[in-house]
Design a protein around this ligand. Sequence first.
Ligand SMILES: *[C@@H]1O[C@H](CO)[C@@H](O)[C@H](O)[C@H]1NC(C)=O
Ligand SMILES: *[C@@H]1O[C@H](CO)[C@@H](O)[C@H](O)[C@H]1NC(C)=O
Ligand SMILES: *[C@@H]1O[C@H](CO)[C@@H](O)[C@H](O)[C@H]1NC(C)=O
Length: 493
Amino acid sequence: MMLKWRFLSLLSATAIVAAARQQPFSQATAWDTYDAGLFTPVESLSALSTSEFTTFSHPLFPKHSARIKKTEWCDSTVPAYTGYIDIEAKHIFFYFFESRNDPAKDDVIFWTNGGPGCSSSLGLLMELGPCRVKNATSTEFHPESWNSNANVFFVDQPIGVGFSYAEYGEHVDTSEDAAQDIAAFVALFFENFPSFKNRAFHMSGESYGGRYLPLFASAVYDQNTQLIAAGLTPINLTSVIIGNGLTDPAGMTLAYYDFACTPASVPPVVDISSCVRMKKALPRCEKWLKASCVDTFDAMNCQAAADFCSNEIEIPFVNTGRNVYDISKPCEGEVADTLCYPVTKTIRQYLDQPSVRETLGVDPAVPQNFSSCNNDVSSAFYLAGDMLHPTEAYVGALLERGVRVLIYVGDYDWICNWVGNERWTLALEWSGRDAFAAQELRDWEVDGEAAGKTRAAGKFTFATVHGAGHMVPYDKPKQSLALITRWLAGEAL
Ligand SMILES: *[C@@H]1O[C@H](CO)[C@@H](O)[C@H](O)[C@H]1NC(C)=O
Ligand SMILES: *[C@@H]1O[C@H](CO)[C@@H](O)[C@H](O)[C@H]1NC(C)=O
Ligand SMILES: *[C@@H]1O[C@H](CO)[C@@H](O)[C@H](O)[C@H]1NC(C)=O
């Protein structure tokens, strides 16, 4: 789920630009201190305790370690684990569920929600996890969970999100920085639990994940060079899966016109006079965004363009009071309070129970009142200009290296809609571009019924999901599981 950046972009804040803050992992690590002989992996998850954390580390990552425990929670049919990856004073919380099918052979999926600043507990307890929250004190089994055929991680990232925390106010405010921590996390996990090494690894998420995941997957891919140099097994990065993503922010802004003023999804929802005004702003926005955000990146000019275009092209839709995540519905509750979905409040109440926190092993340093989405994190990303950067080129680069990419989009979502996503997937520069663009959209089916439209060529697949909003697995659990199952199996949709 993502939310804040659009609304934040309405505030006239001074653009503060974080200079390139990327700290390449290779330079942060003293390679010559690595000695394979000193390292003993944890080996077996089943040996872990439910009452206390087991700590694991690896000499290649001297600044990183992790705590993991067994957790009897959420899915009584499989073992679950929770823990923290500790990066000096920064601590990232994760949940891990084994597959309901064949955990010793099935693929591994990493999942993150978006925001920036939103907790993956939303994905877990509302969308694709093994259980869904039922009321403030209990959960219920979710039969269409993605762990039906895969081992699945849910990660609260970056620091400050969900149950993740920092000891001295450290923060992460760019996706590039977040990527370094995630890449180290992935390497640490596979080194310590080598039985998971020989299968496919998929990195998935939604919404702002459209920016996170191409960067995270690229960091994991590039890190492999260093793992190999150090005599370790590279991560078997097989695919990237993005649901209702924000990958091309400029293109998405323009697509808001199509979505609100044409029958791209439902009949036009904005009045004619506003649509005419929006249409007049389009050529100016296209030119300005391209010049300041895409062709070259001029932070202050790009922010000014984004603010202007947001006022002209987004506000008329927001003013309709429709759910920005599902154009077919009104917003239930206040966006700021419920994200338009009252179940998010139940999740908050549930995760604030002391007994649940104890079961999960949430560190006492984590503040008592749970936030589904952390405003400080989204503000920091906003001020760093992270939300303005196009990320498609990373997708093209991953495709060129044989990593499969699935872009799926619930067709009722306005905020990261299918029109904007289809456009960038068609325009993407990669060697399969012509073959991909030559494909017509065709129906894909579940139980003999059209579930959405799809286009695919080579390793690249685009798919819509009919009747789903921003959170596809929440609205269409059966279709979402069919989609992921076929994707993991390498089948056409
Ligand atoms: C939540 O559901 C459980 C299981 O059905 C029930 O026992 C409990 O009373 C409910 N709690 C609340 C607060 O409604
Ligand atoms: C990576 O995963 C694929 C798909 O499961 C598998 O066929 C392949 O052998 C794996 N490669 C390695 C090096 O483990
Ligand atoms: C945290 O939650 C408690 C109990 O719901 C409430 O009384 C308190 O005001 C909240 N604190 C903050 C800082 O929101």
